[in-house]
Design a protein around this ligand. Structure first.
Ligand code: UT7
Length: 325
């Protein structure tokens, strides 16, 4: 049995409709909601986001990202033996988006399930796939983060609707004789449920409660900065590495100021941080694999380099994965 798991291919997909801050501000203005490119850039670093067409679901975005990842890895869909989709915007209440995507991909038969850890979802899903590969339960996994957050945004709340976007990212994770994923560190603290949530649910055929995103931005910001640093250090310690060993920090893309703070705490220059939040906004579980794919395809990330992936989000959930490229 092979002892390790390695990422052998990455992919990503953004729906074609791109809205700059100015485009979004103009749309919001028609509803009497005032915002500006200056405010959004200064507070978040976001300049644009993509929104999916109404008929497009998370599985559709995830499918495109998955196909790209399979192609990059040189793996056929039929050879995949595990599919995990991280999403908080599933196609249906059930079955899972992973099952829907599996059928669209033509990889029928292998286990497929969703992970719900909001913006930490990809970190959770990657850790689970790594653990399953290390126990021999799988040997070639597709791990996908896919979201249509535009569906759960309250466009009357300017403090949240300017922050998020839609998209998907995917990796193929394969059993390997040489180490890829070195360590992971996952956490949740349910006492913070209320600071970032979509507090609606389906009952008797109706949606009860508010099925739109609500967030205490400052509480999330403060908590995120501390827990990300703790998870990053825990993952480094588990692998016997230090912050000086990190070649690339690939954080959840929520807010440039949170990323700058994470980098500062790890004594990393921003040149070592992959930033896509400016072009994608916050795509929740899709943000880390989208950023990873951008980094790989641009040629920034090179063989043998050490990557630290870190995520934080509703739950509250957070975690980090350290890996050799
Ligand atoms: O995956 C995790 C997801 N969440 C996050 O990462 C969010 C973390 N938090 C944040 O990024 C920041 O807290 C925000 C970007 C959400 C907000 O930035 P802030 O510096 O905490 O601003 P604030 O909420 O304190 O609002 C400051 C002002 C307020 O006006 P007054 O009361 O000072 O007059 C808001 O009404 O900015 C106003 N404001 C806006 N103005 C223009 C809030 N949203 C907007 C907007 N455009 N879109």
């Amino acid at each position: 049995m092979k002892l390790y798991s390695r990422i052998t291919g990455t992919g990503s997909y953004l729906p074609p409709r791109r809205l700059s801050n100015a485009d979004l501000a103009a749309e919001l203005a028609t509803q009497g909601i005032e915002t500006s490119d200056d405010w959004i850039v200064e507070r978040t670093g976001i300049r644009a986001r993509h929104f999916a067409a109404p008929e497009v679901c998370s599985s559709d975005l995830g499918l495109e990202a998955a196909r790209q990842a399979l192609q990059a890895a040189g793996v056929k869909a039929q050879d995949i033996d595990l599919i995990i989709v991280a999403t908080s915007t599933p196609d249906m209440v059930f079955p899972s988006t992973a099952c829907i995507l599996q059928d669209k991909l033509g990889a029928n038969g292998c286990p497929a399930f969703d992970v719900q850890a909001v913006c930490s979802g990809f970190i959770y899903a990657l850790s689970i796939a790594d653990a399953m590969i290390k126990t021999g339960a799988a040997s070639r996994a597709l791990v996908i983060g896919a979201e249509v957050f535009s569906r759960i945004l309250n466009f009357n709340d300017r403090s949240t609707c300017v922050l998020f976007g839609d998209g998907a990212g995917a990796v193929v994770l394969e059993a390997s004789d040489t180490p890829g994923i070195l360590a992971s560190d996952l956490h949740a603290d349910g006492k913070h449920v209320g600071i970032l949530c979509v507090p609606g649910h389906v009952s008797g055929g109706n949606v009860l409660g508010q099925a739109l995103l609500q967030m205490d931005g400052q509480a999330v910001f403060k908590l995120a900065v501390g827990v990300l640093d703790a998870a990053a250090r825990a993952a480094l310690a588990k692998a016997g590495k230090t912050e000086a060993d990190i070649d690339w920090l690939i954080p959840h893309q929520a807010n440039l100021r949170i990323m700058q703070s994470s980098a500062r705490k790890l004594k990393l220059p921003m040149e070592k941080v992959i930033v896509t939040v400016d072009q994608h906004g916050n795509t929740s579980a899709a943000s880390i694999p989208l950023a990873l794919d951008a980094a790989v395809r641009s040629g920034k990330v090179k063989a043998g380099e050490l990557l630290l992936l870190e995520g934080v989000g509703g739950g509250f959930t957070w975690g980090a994965v350290l890996l050799n490229w």
